[in-house]
Design a protein around this ligand. Structure first.
Ligand SMILES: O=C(O)c1ccccc1N[C@@H]1O[C@H](COP(=O)(O)O)[C@@H](O)[C@H]1O
Length: 217
């Protein structure tokens, strides 16, 4: 099984559609510089629109963990996706903490390893790590691929979520190559920034499921 997060939904309709199409989670982006940015107030009806078994995950860039967790609590989010060089100094429980990393080379992967080792040593292992592409000046949602080949051999001891430039067209190859625990997509299933394309969302989910079945057999 490969878990699927459709990230950067901005309307209740898109959130609901992603869930009905088979996504395990939707991402709500609280980074003001993102074209997918929504406020916590705008996020509430999106969370409300989700069926019972679909998770909502908040994307937080440069926000203190205490503040991110307060928003997660307010909205009943399942997870907190964060962008920091160092593990949080406080417990993120009951939220699943998913630190995100922009990786371009082996050194970038070693930084991920150091982060996870430090978090484990502090008694706060992340629930998963999200590996995205590295694009100068952009934190995410770039549409650029992460280094799949490097990730083939990468085992950091916690589940790996592959992100960065995934599309309905390339996600089968991505899953077959990297064999991630989960995949995460934002721009690759849109018809305009912040507006999901139902056909792309449907095909993305179908293609992940097909690839996961092929990897299993
Ligand atoms: O989507 C954004 O605008 C964004 C902004 C800042 C941080 C993270 C963001 N999104 C995350 O980036 C990955 C990859 O995006 P894409 O598929 O390449 O467009 C996405 O999965 C989100 O988790």
């Amino acid at each position: 099984m490969v878990r699927i997060k459709i990230c950067g939904v901005t309307t209740p309709e898109d959130a609901r559609f992603a869930a009905e199409a088979g996504a395990d989670a939707v991402g709500l982006n609280f980074y003001p510089q993102s074209p997918r940015y929504i406020t916590p107030q705008q996020a509430a009806p999106l969370v409300r629109a989700l069926p019972a078994f679909t998770s909502a995950v908040g994307v937080f860039v440069g926000m203190p963990m205490r503040q991110a967790c307060a928003i997660a609590f307010q909205l009943g989010l399942r997870g907190v996706q964060s962008y920091d060089d160092h593990p949080p100094t406080e417990d993120t429980f009951p939220f699943a903490h998913v630190p995100a990393f922009r990786v371009k080379d082996r050194e970038g992967l070693e930084a991920v390893r150091r982060f996870v080792d430090a978090a484990v040593a502090a008694g706060r292992p992340p629930s998963a790590v999200l590996i995205d592409s590295f694009v100068v000046g952009q934190m995410g949602g770039t549409g650029h691929r992460a280094p799949w080949q490097l990730l083939q051999q990468f085992d950091v001891g916690v589940p790996l979520i592959l992100a960065g430039g995934l599309t309905p067209e390339n996600v089968e190859e991505a899953v077959a190559t990297v064999r991630p625990w989960g995949v995460d997509v934002a721009s690759g299933v849109e018809r305009a920034p912040g507006v999901k394309d139902p056909d792309k969302v449907t095909r993305f989910v179908q293609n992940v499921r097909r690839a996961a079945a092929a990897v299993r057999t």
